[in-house]
Ligand binder design. Structure first.
Ligand SMILES: O=P(O)(O)OC[C@H]1O[C@H](O)[C@H](O)[C@@H](O)[C@@H]1O
Length: 441
């Protein structure tokens, strides 16, 4: 249940270079543990692996009640309010939700503003017993607020106000935002996102824990994995703490001219882990004109599309590859009589061996193509390993942001499009902004 760094971008970064970062890593570590860095009022994520048993019990009780009477949970949220859940469920399986018949399906809304998506979602819901978890830290984000307006109306029309209120759970701020007031007025069960935890660091709060519990995920194991990471990743020595080594490597590679970091995995279940990771690092570091651009690649799929670019395109990227040591299933390749497909040289070998060989072959090819690579090994695809992974990257990201000299916990740039959208839509209070936007440039 661990995530380990097993290849440190050698030969593009030497251990000496990594060690040269030690004083800066120590300073970043101190800013974090002494809570003296910028954004220090958002360090609540550090202690989430040890949160109150009482809250977890209340959360599980409501999750059970919802799971008993529903077979679809609509998770309404955007950014950090849904990516952790989506990442966890795609990681833990089933691998093919389209074909599987789970006792409960989780579907998403409020992560886009597509009329097509929302209309088709609402049209399908009649066939299911539905529950809704609306999640927004601010309680005012447009995408989830808009989706909830439709979903709330749907639930009340279908079940009546009283029953709908038992099927809707809100996860939001303790006191602020429209969602708090709406939940009070309608008597929804609510779970609180702590003040000192930002959206992209919130997967181990009720933001992720509640929908995951409804979906039958062992959230105790998830938290145990995160606890283990918290206990293990404490050494300030950059050569002994993989989370710190990763943070230092990213910063070294950025300074060597890599503008892009691609998160690479060979398991389709990691796809949304990469999406979660992109928000974590993108919002934490992309500011003040700095930061690596976080991208992702699903191998071996993307080797047949983006592989060409990685091998021979502009030398501006490095890869952070995650190898799963023990996938959920083992599969042996059968022998084929007559060998019509020419694959008998692989007969009786495991599919995992072929996938792993693709990883080795690709790493060697990319090294020849002058692409620095960092390799992680993840023990398996269990809840515990996932909890470890979440905590590992959150910790790395905080240290990495401090090494970069930015505030890893704010996201001021996200407001720019929102302000323009409100102005262009005619939201009261944005008249001056609208006039500015409509002035010919
Ligand atoms: O939970 P909410 O307040 O609705 O925010 C949802 C997301 O949208 C915002 O614009 C932020 O950039 C994200 O960091 C956040 O996770």
């Amino acid at each position: 249940m661990r995530l380990r760094l097993s290849h440190r971008a050698h030969p593009f970064v030497s251990d000496q270079e990594l060690q040269n970062m030690q004083p800066f890593v120590r300073a970043a570590h101190q800013l974090m543990v002494e809570k003296t860095g910028v954004g220090s009022d958002f360090l609540g994520w550090i202690d989430l692996p040890e949160q109150s048993a009482e809250m977890i019990a209340a959360l599980k009780k409501k999750a059970n009640e919802i799971a008993q009477k529903s077979n679809v949970l609509v998770v309404i949220g955007i950014g950090g309010s849904y990516l952790g859940t989506r990442a966890a469920l795609s990681f833990l399986g089933p691998a093919l939700p389209e074909l599987a018949e789970p006792a409960l399906r989780v579907v998403y809304a409020g992560h886009n503003m597509s009329a097509t998506y929302l209309t088709e979602l609402l049209a399908e819901l009649d066939r299911y017993d539905v529950a809704v978890n609306v999640i927004s830290k601010s309680g005012t984000t447009t995408e989830p607020a808009l989706a909830f307006r439709f979903l709330q109306a749907y639930m009340e029309k279908r079940y009546g106000k009283e029953e709908a209120a038992t099927r809707i759970v809100a996860t939001t701020d303790r006191a602020n935002g429209a969602l708090v007031a709406m939940s009070r007025a309608a008597s929804y069960t609510t779970f609180v996102i702590p003040d000192d935890v930002g959206g992209r660091y919130s997967v181990l709060t009720p933001v992720g824990l509640f929908p995951l519990a409804v979906a039958g995920v062992d959230i105790d194991a998830l938290l145990a994995g995160a606890r283990r990471a918290k206990q293990e990743l404490v050494d300030v020595d950059v050569l002994k703490n993989d989370a710190y080594a990763y943070a230092a490597l990213r910063n070294i590679l950025l300074r060597k001219g890599c503008a892009i970091e691609a998160f690479v995995s060979y398991e389709p279940g990691m796809h949304y882990i990469a999406e979660w990771w992109k928000q974590l690092f993108g919002e934490s570091e992309g500011k003040d004109g700095r930061g690596l651009f976080p991208a992702s690649l699903d191998f071996s799929t993307d080797l047949h599309s983006m592989g060409q670019y990685v091998q021979e395109g502009a030398r501006i990227l490095f890869e952070s590859v995650v190898r799963v040591k023990k996938p959920r299933h083992a599969l042996t390749i059968p022998e084929l009589e007559g060998n019509a497909d020419g694959l008998n040289y692989l007969a009786l070998q495991s599919v995992q061996h072929v996938n792993d060989t693709a990883l080795r072959a690709t790493m060697l090819a990319h090294e020849d193509g002058r692409v620095p690579q960092v390799l992680f090994e993840l023990d398996d695809m269990s809840e515990q390993s996932l909890g470890y992974l979440f905590y590992f990257f959150e910790l790395s990201c905080a240290i990495s942001g401090y090494l970069l000299g930015v505030n890893p916990f704010d996201q001021p740039g996200v407001e720019a499009y929102k302000k323009n959208m409100f102005a262009l839509l005619g939201k009261p209070g944005f008249e001056a902004e609208r006039a500015r936007l409509e002035t010919p440039r």
